[in-house]
Design a protein around this ligand. Sequence first.
Ligand SMILES: Nc1ncnc2c1ncn2[C@@H]1O[C@H](COP(=O)(O)OP(=O)(O)OP(=O)(O)O)[C@@H](O)[C@H]1O
Length: 273
Amino acid sequence: MLFRHRPPRLQFRPPQQGEELIRFEHLQKSFGPKRVFDDLQLSVYAGETLTVIGGSGTGKSVLLKCLIGLLRSDAGRILFEGQDLTGFHEEDFIGVRRHVAMVFQGAALFDSLTVGENIAYPLREHFPDMSPDEIRERVARKLELVNLPGVEEMRPADLSGGMKKRVGLARAIATDPEVILWDEPTTGLDPVTTENINQMIRSMQKQLGCTSIVVTHDMMSAFTVSDRIAMLANRRIVQVGSPEEMRDSTLPEVRAFLDARRQEFRTQEEVAQ
Ligand SMILES: Nc1ncnc2c1ncn2[C@@H]1O[C@H](COP(=O)(O)OP(=O)(O)OP(=O)(O)O)[C@@H](O)[C@H]1O
């Protein structure tokens, strides 16, 4: 591809734990007449797991997509290590996605490729000089890290939902990104697999020192994995705090959301009994 040889626009240096890594500054985004963000502000610090919660359609996925250039904001800035990504061209985001990887909601694996080929895909894209042996070795290591050693030759169609999520994670971390974006990582999974994925999110932070931004409806998961939780409502971030601070929040938007989720959780438990 033509743009492979463009010098990387993002000047990346390994961040210090705890420093501000990402900042959404006065972000605005609309789709036609529908305004999704209006002066949204949020900082993410290196090494933390930050969860973004909020009702359906409030823009949680849009926020992640703006960060990696899959969608463009209308105004405001998105700073990564102090560099404004909003002026980046489409091809400059390829370099950003080497450092900021997304684990998509439905894993988004290529069905026509084997598991191994799926994980090798971003390696071929970002490291064209990597040898086949190095790729094979890297793929095997990532599969071990997500507790799925030796499944390289399987097809996505033969995997359970939880396994697909883990292969999606192995693919996301193939390039050793510093930031992992998790879009609804536990949606549609049974309790055991959900716990397994929660542990994966924590272990990515502990073992690899990754920064994670998690988008979820699942408050059990949010309280389990997060260092901080940010609440998205009324087109902006209305509160950010530790899980305890959010649980004790008196802000009406946060209370209403948590009470509704608690009610929903109780109803699910009753149905299950
Ligand atoms: N590409 C797009 N074109 C037009 N509208 C879009 C597009 N992507 C998102 N939207 C709209 O933006 C709003 C926010 O969408 P988004 O998917 O970010 O919500 P969400 O908070 O992640 O919701 P959910 O929790 O249900 O997944 C929704 O109204 C959605 O319909």
